[in-house]
Ligand binder design. Sequence first.
Ligand code: PMP
Length: 466
Amino acid sequence: MSEPLSTERLQELAARHLWMHFTRMSSYTNGESLPIIDHGEGSYLWDHQGKQYLDSLSGLFVVQVGHGRQELADVGAQQGGRLGFFPLWSYAHPPAIELAARLAEMSPGDLNRVFFTVSGSEAVESAWKLARQFFQLTGKPGKYKVITRQTAYHGTTLGALALTSVPSMRAPFEPLPAGARKVPNTNNYRRWTDGSIDGLTDEQFARATADQIALTIEMEGPDTVAAVFLEPLQNAGGCIEPGPGYFQRVREICDEYNVLLVSDEVICAYGRLGTMFGCEKYDYVPDMITSAKGLTSGYSPLGAVLVSDRIFEPFGQDKNSFAHGITFGGHPVSCAVALANLDIFEKEDILGNVVNHQDEFAAMLNRVAADMPIVGDVRGDGYFMAMELVKDKATKAEFDRDECESLIRGFLSPRLFEEGLICRADDRGDPVLQFSPPLVAGPVEFAEIERILRIVLSEASDRVVQ
Ligand code: PMP
């Protein structure tokens, strides 16, 4: 084995050669401040110089069963030795077959067919293509459009990006593929308003927001709309809850207009909300689920689109086939790792851990928020929570763009990291801090999150008040 490289050498090489994602590379031109994460164990990570961090983001909403699981690495190695690769193009292999059957068994309703991808963006992209071809096969070729919600993130490939509603991510790549329409989201702290919905109860607000989907379908023409893509709990904008009855109303609308309901669960599936799938948390059955991330807890990349029998049916007839494929989709190593990951879910009752501790998690964040003038709202579900940061709690006054930039990027992100807490400080919508710890975390980790948040948010509050 060659000598391991020093931290300085790694930073120097990264500054010259590595292109990090969504990263201002100019911040790292001298390489010195680049964090290099070296290894992990449970909810904790260590950087290359041995400093410890609490990973309250699970990597990127990924590492459900925690870091450093040698058993998952071993399963990957064994499968790699047996069959390191073969595609699912006209052939199959045992890990993909077993995983598809297991996902079909676990998932709600008649979601019984699994199309594997590598990533979440590809799952979303595949689901849109699938919806379009479904309507071509069933005699409605004009139905190709999709509806998604304001501020929602659905991925970065051009199709998925068309569904994403974050202007700064879209602008450099426009024009995007045609056909994606936006509707308001269910943010109940800052309701979308046109005057007519003031004073509504939570139920009425959720229903009015769902009805915007019906209105948009009517406006576009029902014969042109193929699908609605919604996250169970919307990530971008800060863990936006659906509100009571929202998905039940959306389901009705989709049935009425023959529009497919796609539950984008790239984050919310595999236990994040305390249920195996996010749709179970809010009690609806979609026509498709898009997933990735937590399916393998990140030990090997894998995405999956779960599809109902009804949608699969025309693809299974005559000479038809889904005209779409990805070389590494359903990679045998990833499928074997996913099966072992799901075994851990069962053996260690991972869902039970979330259910048993989720109230404590929310209570901790609410306790911190109550003491911090800068925190306006705490929202989310399960192990997926956010705090919205405001200039003035009483009036919900928002920070302007420059203030956001200096608060989020200039202060909070580096200070939290310096104190040893990895979470997400995000300003794609209103500024929020997001927390999604590994699903094995509990009171010990919550206490650590609380300790660090109290230090850093007090400092941030002082800066804002001055
Ligand atoms: N959909 C949702 C809801 C997501 O949160 C993400 C990623 N955060 C994606 C799609 C894209 O997934 P990936 O980064 O694996 O392509």
